[in-house]
Design a protein around this ligand. Structure first.
Ligand code: CDP
Ligand code: CDP
Length: 226
């Protein structure tokens, strides 16, 4: 079974996707982490972020792997643990530019489909239901207001000791939404057959329960041949 969870930054995708995967015993694939890793590589090598040929030259042989750990899923770039580096502001502020490059997307989509092949999987991102796994049995499009999403990020940052204002976070989130939704290749949008969940006033447990209900309904439909 494939479960696709898409939505804008801070809507709760990764939190919910991880919990759903754990509950069902499925693997979890964080596609945003893959685009973030490509961005860290390009920044470290000082590649101009609009030079698609130069980025592809380096990206084609770059290995990006996930490894479960007690602290959550770790991300490795050519064997180096980049779990924290990919969340740095530099990566966050530049990832939408790198992820808009058509060949970068083509490369990532191929990797993501390979991970999904032969596995029950929960995958989250921006184009999973529309492009990466168009035949996913369950598709969710998660939304929440910009204000709610900025408040959530702010709370996370405070817990990590990072000082950013809610106003700055609102700006960063709105700008990334704009770029991700307006790019030419597989922009952020709800698949026609996705179920929209507005998490603004929902707890994490309620969201997980709602998705598990969708999975159950879908399994029931499969068994009765519908
Ligand atoms: O966790 P957060 O919502 O901040 O973002 P993310 O899921 O880590 O994704 C980071 C960025 O990668 C997004 O803003 C998109 O530019 C890009 N992305 C994408 O283009 N397609 C995906 N399937 C996943 C992420
Ligand atoms: O992956 P994405 O950027 O869509 O969001 P996330 O990193 O999973 O969630 C952003 C924050 O919202 C996390 O701190 C979650 O704990 C929180 N959250 C929440 O408070 N209530 C929800 N219903 C969903 C997420």
């Amino acid at each position: 079974m494939q479960i696709a969870i898409d939505g804008p930054a801070g809507s709760g995708k990764s939190t919910i996707a991880k919990l759903v995967a754990t509950k069902l015993g499925f693997i979890y694939c964080d596609t945003g982490a893959m685009y973030r890793t490509a961005t860290v590589m390009a920044l470290r090598k000082n590649l101009p972020l609009d030079d698609e040929a130069a980025i592809m030259d380096q990206l084609k042989d770059l290995t990006i792997t996930f490894k479960p750990s007690a602290e959550g899923q770790l991300v490795f770039m050519d064997g180096e643990d980049v779990t924290l580096a990919i969340r740095e502001p530099d990566a966050t502020n530049n990832v939408s530019q790198v992820s808009a490059l058509p060949q970068v997307r083509e490369n990532m989509v191929a990797r993501q489909r390979e991970i999904a092949a032969n596995n029950d999987i929960v995958m989250d991102g921006r184009d999973i239901g529309t492009t990466v796994l168009p035949n996913a049995e369950v598709k969710v499009f998660m939304v929440a207001s910009v204000a709610t999403r900025a408040q959530r990020r702010h709370k996370e940052n405070v817990e990590k000791g990072i000082m950013t204002s809610v106003a700055d976070l609102e700006k960063e989130i709105a700008e990334r939404d704009r770029k991700d939704s307006s790019r030419a290749v597989s922009p952020l949008r709800k698949a026609a057959d996705a179920v929209e969940i507005d998490s603004s006033n929902m707890t994490i447990d309620e969201e997980v329960a709602e998705i598990l209900t969708l999975v159950k309904t879908r399994r029931g439909a499969n068994e009765t041949g519908r």
